[in-house]
Design a protein around this ligand. Structure first.
Ligand SMILES: [Zn+2]
Length: 266
């Protein structure tokens, strides 16, 4: 699906008996993360990853309003980031086949285990994959179980933190709107993109998700956005949370779509 997700697996790691490198890894810790790496000379880059992860942690938590709930992921609750030495080991260790057009393969249990897994050669890891997957993890942690939030909203948030991507996505979405390729809000609300095979639709879905989240933040501010996230955390249905947050401005998803389109065309 998205190029940046190539070869990245965010899923349950099945630690089978065949795990080859278990006896041979190093760990570096920061306040909220433990990084597992496989070559001693990678200590410096391990530290770089941890520094970045700590920066993203604060940025993401602030944006969704998690920061006000206090410090999470400390001590024994730290998130483990695993960077395998290469793609071959990564595939072997994660028991995954080679996926041609990769997407983030995410399994529910991984969120419980709080792991972010990638491999050393992935150039996009630090600036795109790490923040994107961290945002998913933080968002789901914040939300708690049994909160039905539309997938586009979550993907919109996750993409916000990919460095240098927001403006690009807006331009792409403006093009899709000119071509009238946007997904109608009704379909968007229930769309599970993981089952979608049409590449164009996947691209529209991601760009549209990010652009709507971007619109909400730009037009109505971060504080309101945090409030919206808070209502969702409280278990309010999406439309109700939207209405409670943007009183008199957005009273329905149709109104959200209308205002977003005006914003995008301006
Ligand atoms: Zn995602």
């Amino acid at each position: 699906m998205k190029k940046i997700f190539l070869f990245f697996l965010f899923g349950v790691i099945i630690f089978s008996a065949s795990r080859l490198f278990a006896q041979n890894f190093w760990e570096e810790k920061s306040e909220h993360f433990i990084l597992e790496y496989y070559a001693q000379e990678d200590l410096d880059s391990a530290k770089r990853v941890l520094n970045r992860a700590e920066e993203y942690y604060h940025k993401i938590a602030y944006q969704i309003g998690y920061a006000r709930y206090g410090n999470f992921w400390t001590w024994n609750d730290r998130v483990r980031i695993i960077v395998y030495p290469d793609q071959k080991v990564f595939m072997m260790e994660t028991q995954q086949p080679f996926w041609a057009k990769g997407s983030a393969i995410r399994h529910k249990k991984l969120f419980e285990q709080k792991k972010i897994v990638s491999f050393k050669q992935d150039g996009d890891f630090l600036t795109t994959i790490l923040p994107h997957e961290m945002a998913h993890l933080i968002w789901l942690d914040f939300l708690g179980v049994g909160r039905p939030v539309p997938l586009w909203f979550e993907e919109g948030i996750a993409q916000l933190f990919e460095e240098g991507y927001e403006q690009k996505a807006l331009e792409i979405m403006k093009y899709f709107i000119r071509e009238e390729k946007q997904i109608g809000i009704d379909s968007l609300m229930t769309l599970d993109i993981n089952n979608e095979t049409e590449i164009l639709k996947v691209s529209v879905f991601y760009a549209q998700s990010l652009s709507i989240v971007h619109f909400l933040i730009k037009a109505y501010g971060t504080q309101s956005f945090q409030q919206l996230c808070g209502y969702l955390k409280d278990g309010r249905p999406f439309v109700e949370a939207l209405r409670a947050t943007y009183t008199n401005q957005i009273r329905s998803i149709e109104e959200l779509e209308k205002k977003w389109l005006i914003y995008m065309k301006s």
